[in-house]
Write a protein that binds this ligand. Structure first.
Ligand SMILES: [Zn+2]
Ligand SMILES: [Zn+2]
Length: 465
């Protein structure tokens, strides 16, 4: 390592396949009065000869107090950080003097090749030209109680998507969403700009997709950097508990997604959070029939419910670019007290939502048709569920899902009705200690179009806590 005036570090090294899923950290000093930090990083080969997959290495940056973001899986590794501005993926702010850390995050190395890297870091104290205007969060007049349709998962140029936040928000408007959430990989850096694009027609929420080496999860409502480096002292369970304690939504994302080498770290591999402290699971990621294996995620979720866990199911488009015409992402249709981030998160935490690619679904009691039963806990006694659906495919099948005593499967499926629209009164006799009932709408090919979050029946035995 060399130290010159203005040069904080020059470093080169080799990453071997056995260093996959590790962080290679280098520290550097930022002197008082620094106005710019500039980092250049490159590595080769990006794609080894004969491999279908590239090596995937990202840089995270930490000041003496907190993380300043990452630009996950993006080929641009030139980073400029200033008080009032930063390269995409990184959070602008005071350049505190002291020891900073740059972490080379080794997400994927395709064996048997190794990767050679070069890293150089320069600091400067020259006065900077007029800073760009900071982003001003735009007001979204919180509309009152109602059903609101929106997305909880999407990406921009701040990580690995090819579009900027402006196009991301425009697309949400084209889909007539009421709310949208930017959740870039391992960085909250795009949230401020994204929120500046909100207006009365669209609530813009923020979060991060913690893109760890052994699974992805969403922290919705969290606008600060979250250290996503899992270790024996900082487990995913402790990260989840921290976020939940702060009132944020912690969602296990696409738990059954195809994993290495296609998507290294995308499948959920944390035994202590199966589901552990987690209370929300993304069972519909992207296109229903895509590589997230959503049917398997839904089966995993039902299995956890049947073990007595009280869990909420969500959808996330995980959008990186406009969907193709034949793709069918799911959105969350949430009954919230208001169209605000806090109210939407609270309603999701309570399970008052259904997931849908377009059709509408209602589950109520015939004596109280304005009150949804989704997420509610009812006394253990026979009841009736009023199920209503419309705008479904002509060959739609409406199904009642509930736990089964059959050791071979966690859930049983009873056909309620067929057709694009309708209304059905479903008698339901809960089991004596614990039960739940969810409603699905599928088409003739078996693909899901709608899923109502379960109504729970809870007796004296509470198996969820
Ligand atoms: Zn992911
Ligand atoms: Zn994602």
């Amino acid at each position: 390592m060399e130290q010159d005036a203005g040069i904080a570090m020059r470093q080169s090294g080799r990453i071997t396949p056995d260093q996959m899923q590790s962080h290679i950290e280098h520290q550097f000093e930022v002197p008082p009065g620094t106005t710019v930090i500039e980092i250049d990083f490159d590595y080769a080969p990006v794609t080894p000869v004969g491999s279908s997959f590239s090596n995937e290495v990202s840089l995270s940056l930490y000041d003496p107090f907190t993380g300043r973001g990452a630009r996950h899986n993006n080929p641009d590794h030139h980073i400029v950080l200033k008080d009032m501005g930063a390269s995409k993926g990184y959070v602008p702010g005071p350049l505190h003097p002291g020891t900073w850390t740059v972490s080379i995050d080794v997400h994927r190395i395709m064996p048997p090749s190794s990767v050679d890297y070069r890293l150089s870091i320069r600091t400067d104290s020259a006065p900077q030209t007029a800073p760009a205007l900071p982003f001003v969060p735009a007001a979204c007049n919180p509309r009152g109680p109602g059903w609101y349709r929106g997305d909880l998962h999407g990406h921009s140029l701040h990580s690995d998507a090819p579009w900027d936040v402006l196009d991301f928000v425009d697309y949400a408007r084209q889909q007539n969403l009421d709310f949208v959430t930017l959740t870039d990989h391992n960085t909250p850096s795009g949230i401020a700009e994204c929120q500046s694009l909100a207006d009365d027609d669209l609530l813009v929420m923020g979060g991060t997709e913690l893109t760890t080496f052994w699974g992805h999860c969403l922290t919705i409502g969290e606008h600060d950097f979250v250290d996503w480096r899992v270790s024996k002292d900082r487990t995913i369970g402790s990260i989840a508990a921290e976020e939940i304690d702060k009132g944020k939504l912690f969602i296990i994302a696409h738990p059954t997604h195809v994993g290495f080498p296609y998507c290294s770290g995308c499948d959920w591999k944390y035994p202590e959070v199966m589901p552990g402290v987690a209370k929300v699971v993304e069972v519909w990621n992207g296109d229903w029939s895509g590589i997230a294996h959503n049917d398997a995620a839904l089966s995993l979720y039902y299995g956890w419910l049947s073990l007595g866990h009280r869990l909420v199911a969500t959808a996330g488009s995980d959008i990186h670019a406009p969907f193709e015409k034949d793709q069918r992402p799911g959105y969350n249709v949430v009954q919230a007290e208001a169209l605000s981030q806090d109210a939407i998160c609270a309603a999701i935490q309570a399970g008052r939502l259904y997931l849908s690619s377009g059709p509408k679904l209602g589950v109520t009691h015939p004596d109280s048709e304005n009150t949804t039963l989704m997420g509610q806990e009812l006394a253990i006694k026979p009841t009736r569920l009023l199920v209503e659906w419309h705008d479904c495919p002509e060959d739609a099948i409406v199904l009642l899902k509930r736990p089964t005593d059959d050791p071979g499967s966690a859930v049983r499926s009873d056909v309620i009705a067929h057709g694009a629209r309708g209304r059905a009164l479903v008698p339901f006799k809960p089991k004596p200690d614990y039960d739940w009932a969810a409603i699905e709408v599928r088409d003739g090919s078996g693909a899901l179009h709608c899923l109502a979050n379960p109504v729970f029946f809870q007796g004296n035995v509470d198996r969820t806590r």
